[in-house]
Design a protein around this ligand. Sequence first.
Ligand SMILES: NC(=O)c1ccc[n+]([C@@H]2O[C@H](COP(=O)([O-])OP(=O)(O)OC[C@H]3O[C@@H](n4cnc5c(N)ncnc54)[C@H](OP(=O)(O)O)[C@@H]3O)[C@@H](O)[C@H]2O)c1
Length: 272
Amino acid sequence: MTQIAFIGGGNMATSIIGGLVKQGETKPELVHVSDPNAEQVAKLNDEFGIQGHTDNAAAIANADVVIMAVKPQVMKQVLEPIKATLTERQPMLISIAAGINLPSLKAWSGCEAIVRCMPNTPSLLGLGATGLFASEQVTIDQRNIADALLRAVGISVWVQNEAEIDAVTAVSGSGPAYYFLLMEAMIAAGKKLGLSEETATQLTLQTAVGAGQMAQNADVDPAELRRRVTSPGGTTERAIQTFEAAHLRDIVEAALQAANDRGAELSEQLGD
Ligand SMILES: NC(=O)c1ccc[n+]([C@@H]2O[C@H](COP(=O)([O-])OP(=O)(O)OC[C@H]3O[C@@H](n4cnc5c(N)ncnc54)[C@H](OP(=O)(O)O)[C@@H]3O)[C@@H](O)[C@H]2O)c1
């Protein structure tokens, strides 16, 4: 009978709560949410039957797990007034905020058992990919709880050291934007070839969904799937040769390295 408190009732918290309640993972009465916006709290109450609060202290009073779902910029000031209670009660603290590292979370909350997560935007549709890292004090049972919470909005993957969270940010955290960029470019190129915007968009989006689902359901890796649709002397081969000649792989590597480095930089800027 784990009691869970969400601090911040915005987009991510709403998605995770929705997933948890829909999957029957937890009883709604065991879920507490706190947000300064009373209307948002009332909406969450009505939709999911959870316990809403506008006072963070009330939400965490009996919590076993506290999920920090506020913007990174306000994390320190949100934790300050509840630090004494957290330090005394020692719930597991889960942070989904980008760029706030474990030492900062520990210093600001007084909690020992802390899980840091990096979800991505498709979580809002239940199709998220989340990387998680746990402090040494997190027990197996607590890991399982954190895992179940994030699996309510997609898949979850544990990483072995905190620096890998920056790599997760580079791959899946920022990843949706890379696919959106490719979609933009394909739509523009399709239009140049004479398609209407609507047709180019429909074809591009459905191709993205189809390729994603094929890759996920296949028993071979994406490289093999690509080989299978690239006939010698054909149209796909000509396009792939053009990508390779422009060093697409080097560009992707440099882009992910830049995102990784920015993640580390942000942790330093946002931390103590
Ligand atoms: N959205 C994503 O896909 C995504 C992906 C990866 C990571 N994240 C992380 O998830 C966290 C939440 O993101 P989000 O998209 O859910 O943001 P959001 O929709 O802005 O939700 C944050 C909520 O926290 C509330 N809040 C502000 N001050 C508070 C306080 N003192 N006490 C309690 N609640 C407070 C905000 O209320 P007001 O609006 O009234 O200020 C807002 O409702 C962020 O740290 C973000 O980095 C999000």
